[in-house]
Write a new protein. Structure first.
Length: 368
């Protein structure tokens, strides 16, 4: 390169070694896309893709370009990638399985363990549509799957919420323009508290356990500890402190339940020890998923001769029996690990006082 002043050879550098004159910086060669490849412009903080899709001629003989545009892209590369969509006139293809994977790899990782469990179950209920194209799936098809897989409000809500996350990803990728998940109709929310088990049913549970029904052992553990079904599924053997008879590290939902230990009575030691012996290789007390456990639970309860009440009835039995045993409300609140006493009161069913008179001190349910 020659010096711009003395025209002598100049080595690489900002100044000429002969006369000291500053050299003009080389201007980078700007690469341009070829004709017909489209244009990207920045508008504010986002980028807009503009593609030429044809021409038309006015009556006066002048030729004009026909352009299509799409804005709102956070990066230039995303806008450039969308040029082909504008030119071809159709959105990219995507299946629900691809969208679910995108959600698993991103936002899902920041969820709480309880929400992850809920979405894991919900994804299984959407299994029949996973291979389908998102843009070709109708609201009627989605509603049919929802109706067949979720009969009550909360499971349906989890299905809708997970599907909505998938549709948001599809909308961001310009696969679809409408979130059909928001248009789904959910079952009515029925705020009915589960009934507690009766004293007679408790005796039937002990009889069934004595005859070797290990699933009933889980039922007894929930009843005599106030443990939630989801917490039972989370318990591992190393969470159990046999010295203090406490279980720590499996609390769900609220800060109170996550921090406070679950306590269990001394007479339950043999039952819990038996359950620990059957723990899976991962150390989990219940070596099965939620759906399998719930199925085994209902079968065991029916076989024991008790009413087919939901697993949450075990926790309601705990609160009710303690209340009927004249235990102070504040103590019951601590056992149940509720943040508010008003929540504890919803778990107490005093109308069943006569049926629970035999367990009013939370004994093991056997005759002395």
């Amino acid at each position: 390169m020659l010096c711009r002043k003395c025209h002598q050879d100049v080595r690489d550098g900002p100044y000429c070694s002969q006369c000291g004159a500053a050299q003009a910086a080389r201007q980078p060669i700007r690469k341009k896309r070829g004709n017909g490849q489209g244009t990207i412009i920045k508008r504010g903080k986002t980028y807009t893709a503009i593609a030429t899709i044809g021409r038309y001629t006015t009556p006066d003989g002048k030729s004009h370009l026909i352009r299509k545009s799409q804005g709102g892209f956070p990066t230039k590369s995303e806008a450039y990638a969308y040029l082909n969509v504008l030119k071809e006139g159709k959105p990219p293809e995507a299946t629900f399985q691809q969208l679910l994977k995108a959600y698993w790899d991103g936002p899902y990782k920041k969820l709480s363990s309880s929400k992850k469990t809920a979405y894991d179950i919900a994804s299984g209920r959407w299994k029949s549509i996973m291979s389908k194209s998102v843009k070709d799936t109708t609201l009627g098809e989605l509603q049919s799957v929802l109706n067949s897989q979720a009969k009550t409000y909360y499971p349906a809500r989890d299905m809708q919420s997970l599907l909505s996350h998938m549709y948001k990803i599809a909308m961001a990728d310009r696969v679809v323009s409408v979130n059909l998940a928001r248009l789904l109709t959910l079952p009515d929310l029925v705020e009915e508290e589960p009934d507690p088990f009766s004293e007679i049913e408790l005796r039937k549970f002990w009889d069934a356990y004595g005859k070797g029904d290990r699933i009933i052992g889980y039922v007894l553990l929930m009843i005599y500890s106030g443990m939630m079904p989801g917490e039972l599924l989370k318990v591992t053997v190393d969470m159990i402190d046999w010295g203090s008879r406490e279980i720590r590290g499996c609390g769900l939902k609220t800060k109170k339940r996550k921090e406070a230990p679950i306590v269990f009575p001394a007479f339950l030691d043999p039952v819990l020890a038996d359950l620990c012996e059957s723990a899976g290789r991962t150390g989990k007390l219940v070596a099965m998923n939620k759906d399998k456990f719930y199925s085994c639970y209902h079968e065991a309860v029916i076989n024991a001769g008790a009413r087919d009440l939901p697993p949450y009835s075990c926790r309601h039995t705990t609160a009710t029996a303690l209340a009927l045993g004249n235990i102070a409300p504040s103590v019951i609140q601590e056992v149940m690990r509720h943040s508010k006493l008003s929540t504890t009161q919803r778990y107490i069913h005093m109308t069943n006082a006569e049926a629970h008179s035999a367990i009013n001190t939370m004994t093991c349910g056997k005759e002395a």
